[in-house]
Design a protein around this ligand. Structure first.
Ligand SMILES: [Zn+2]
Length: 459
């Protein structure tokens, strides 16, 4: 059966992606989910839709409270620190910023309102330690994960060691304060306490995207119970469908094993950068497997990605160097075909591995034209434009930041140096060259003029 995507509001797509709990550095499995959300986002834009994309930041829960105490920081100081690391990592991986990053602690009011509504409608009950969601009241519970809870229900009251809830899968909407929470609590109509985790995603997604929105993403590990619970909370409170399309990315494995600290195969982004791998090749590996397949991460795949990236870089440089005026119509046919094959692949449930192979195939065929000198400058410009179109989705090509980032001051210096060289004032020219070098800009004089190379400044 072919499922055609159809947005609720014409020309505009609303997406919600479950974001990080900010209590440590995110690992590459987390980034698979982020890069998948980035891929969807970029392709939706490629297709010409406008979008509002929301990703929550969980900055209050058991773990953030526990670890902020360990580091002797206030919850806010602690979570701000890891939120910043998370954003730094997103930037490193060339993951686009989404429109809204709501923090849980900024939306207590919305969550309280939602819990009150669930209490009023009879979907929640108050126990000694928390307000719980009563899953047996929501008849659709289990529809996303196809979980059958009837077996669990049979025993009426399930005995739990430390919780007062009635059913093993009932979950806390609002946790009453206890001494472990220290100074982390909110005095609200529900009592002194803090929100449960699931309620934040329901409250914040609906606040920014409406009662029903288009796409919700997350890792498969979130299907149950997190997303099941989001549906239960939202649909019980509004009486409307919550989400039209759920997209879950599969797990990431390392050397075919589940990543874990005890196996020694646990990597954060920073671990890989320290080993000398480039952000672009890490992104490439994380993006290249179809989201519904398990991604087996290996260092061989990372090395292969480094090679692929290098080939792409060389191809782009070659295209830019083409000077011939002799046009070749075949190139245009090739471009059209590649573009439509790329879109066919991405339209087919975001089949990114096929889409990437279309790009590499285009590169291979164009390289043959280049080798045989059957390509003009104009042809090459069209090929470059196509590569940039592809890359608006993949995000792996070298950024042409030099052109954009050159400040006015640097431009003036370069012009001044050109003038000095023209007037045979090499002393001044060299002095300016050194000045630029201090700013991290290296000039190379080639027969076609000056070429800029940026050196990395280790500041
Ligand atoms: Zn969530």
């Amino acid at each position: 059966m072919v499922l055609r995507f159809k947005e609720i509001k014409k020309g505009h797509v609303n997406i919600y992606s479950c974001g990080p709990t900010v209590y440590n550095f995110a690992h590459i499995g987390n980034f698979r989910a982020n890069i998948f959300a980035d891929l969807i986002r970029r392709y939706i834009k490629y297709k010409g839709y406008k979008l509002t994309h929301v990703m929550n930041i969980t900055d209050v829960d058991d773990k953030t409270i526990r670890d902020s105490k360990k580091e002797n920081l206030s919850l806010k100081e602690f979570t701000e620190k890891y939120t910043k690391y998370f954003f730094d990592d997103l930037k490193t991986l060339n993951i686009e910023k989404v429109e809204v990053y709501p923090r849980a602690t900024d939306h207590i009011k919305e969550m309280v309102k939602l819990v009150k509504k669930l209490l009023e409608k009879g979907y929640a009950y108050k126990a000694d330690d928390a307000i719980y969601y009563d899953i047996k009241k929501f008849k659709d519970y289990g529809k996303l994960s196809h979980l059958n809870i009837s077996g669990l229900k049979a025993g009426a009251r399930v005995c739990q060691d430390e919780y007062d809830k009635e059913h093993v899968n009932d979950f806390a909407l609002w946790k009453f304060w206890d001494k472990e929470d220290g100074d982390v609590f909110w005095e609200t109509e529900l009592g002194k306490g803090r929100p449960g985790w699931h309620i934040e995603c329901s409250a914040m997604s609906m606040k920014y995207l409406g009662d029903t929105f288009d796409i919700h993403t997350g890792g498969v590990d979130l299907i149950f119970p997190h997303h099941e619970n989001e549906i239960a909370q939202s649909e019980a409170s509004t009486g409307k469908p919550f989400v039209n399309y759920w997209l879950h990315n599969e797990h990431l494995l390392v050397d075919n094993k589940k990543m874990s600290k005890s196996l020694g195969n646990f990597y954060t982004l920073r671990d890989l950068l320290k080993k000398g791998y480039s952000p672009r090749s890490i992104r490439y590996v994380l993006i290249a497997t179809h989201y519904r397949q398990k991604l087996n991460f290996t260092f061989e795949s990372l090395k292969a990605a480094e090679n692929s990236i290098k080939r792409l870089d060389e191809f782009m440089v070659k295209l830019k160097d083409i000077k011939s005026e002799k046009n070749n119509k075949e190139i245009y046919v090739l471009i059209e075909k590649a573009k439509s094959d790329f879109e066919d692949a991405m339209d087919d449930d975001l089949n990114v591995s096929i889409a990437l192979s279309v790009m590499f195939d285009f590169m291979k065929k164009t390289n043959t034209f280049i080798m045989n000198e059957q390509i003009s400058k104009k042809n090459a410009e069209k090929a470059i434009a196509l590569m940039h179109d592809f890359d608006s989705v993949f995000g792996i090509l070298k950024k042409e930041e030099l052109k954009e980032e050159i400040s006015k001051e640097i431009k003036q210096l370069i012009e001044k140096r050109q003038k000095a060289r023209k007037n045979n004032n090499y002393e001044l020219a060299d002095k300016i060259r050194d000045q630029l070098k201090e700013k991290g800009i290296i000039l190379k004089d080639t027969k076609d003029g000056v070429r800029l190379e940026k050196v990395s400044t280790s500041k």
